[in-house]
Design a binder for this molecule. Structure first.
Ligand code: ADP
Length: 252
């Protein structure tokens, strides 16, 4: 469902973030992208929906080419792709419900000043998605009164409003404690296994990748240095991805 060919990103200041990355992801896979901080994981995910503009290379979502898509077509593509962020990206002073409903508008600039007008079916959908993540009773609360884990579950409910085929999750649990991280990743797993959504998820910890992913992509200094199953990552491969000096810090 996703095909990436020779993707390279050089930022305007000359930083080379991705070098010639090629990969295909079949529908329904849960792919963890791992690597050190600065390896290019976030850039990689953001190139897929062109939140970051690739420097060269081509990307297809199904039969549609993402690279080179005109703004109107890009909007349609982005509706098929849900995004979940490390810092949740909720509109803090809006209610949980409004944040979830804003998923209908896509994830691109959601101004709190927008006059929201939603159809009854959107509101019913938003309630169902909040119930799904266990937060229906918080619907009227301001988003910033929720804990980090709850805010991320609101972020998931918002992404679900798009009924996306593909979810890009950019370090979705990096700001959360280990127990809460599992609650959030369990929900992503449910979206993958029950609803058949394809998931690309940047993860800092290999232990989480092992627990949740069907496939692991390792990035190092912008290059794809590993592509395989979690079981294939032995000590040698671990060092290849994280470097010789890496200290193996793992969470439960
Ligand atoms: P990761 O998600 O693995 O931590 P990133 O994709 O955020 O890696 O960053 C990859 C490299 O690109 C890093 O060297 C980072 O400093 C650089 N980078 C990220 N965003 C920008 C930007 N907007 N401008 C210049 N360099 C950037």
């Amino acid at each position: 469902m996703l095909r990436i060919e020779n993707l390279t990103k050089v930022y305007p200041d000359g930083t080379v973030a991705l070098v010639d990355v090629s990969l295909e992801v079949p529908r329904g896979q849960f792919v963890a992208v791992i690597g050190l901080s600065g390896a290019g994981k976030s850039t990689f995910l953001r190139c897929i929906n062109r939140l970051v503009e690739p420097t060269s290379g081509r990307i297809w979502l199904g039969d549609v080419e993402v690279t080179g898509a005109e703004p109107a077509e890009l909007r349609l593509i982005r509706r098929r792709v849900g995004m979940i962020f490390q810092q949740f990206n909720l509109v803090k002073r809006c209610s949980v419900m409004t944040n979830v409903l804003s998923g209908r508008l896509g994830y691109l600039p959601t101004l709190p000043s927008l006059l929201y007008r939603f159809r009854p079916e959107d509101i019913a959908d938003a309630k169902a998605n909040l119930e799904r993540v266990g937060l229906l009773e918080k619907a009227r609360q301001r988003a910033d009164t929720l804990s980090g884990g709850q805010q991320q579950r609101v972020g998931i409910a918002r992404a679900l409003m798009q009924k996306p085929e593909l979810i890009l999750a950019d370090e979705p649990v990096a700001s959360l404690d280990p127990a809460t991280a599992h609650v959030v990743l369990d929900e992503l797993e449910r979206m993958n296994k029950q609803d058949g959504m394809t998931i690309l998820c940047n993860l800092h910890f290999l232990s989480l990748a092992r627990r949740y992913a069907d496939r692991v992509i390792g990035l190092k200094a912008g290059r794809l240095v590993f592509d395989g199953t979690p079981e294939e990552i032995d000590d040698a491969r671990f060092k290849e991805i994280y470097g010789e000096e890496a200290i193996r810090v793992e969470v439960a």
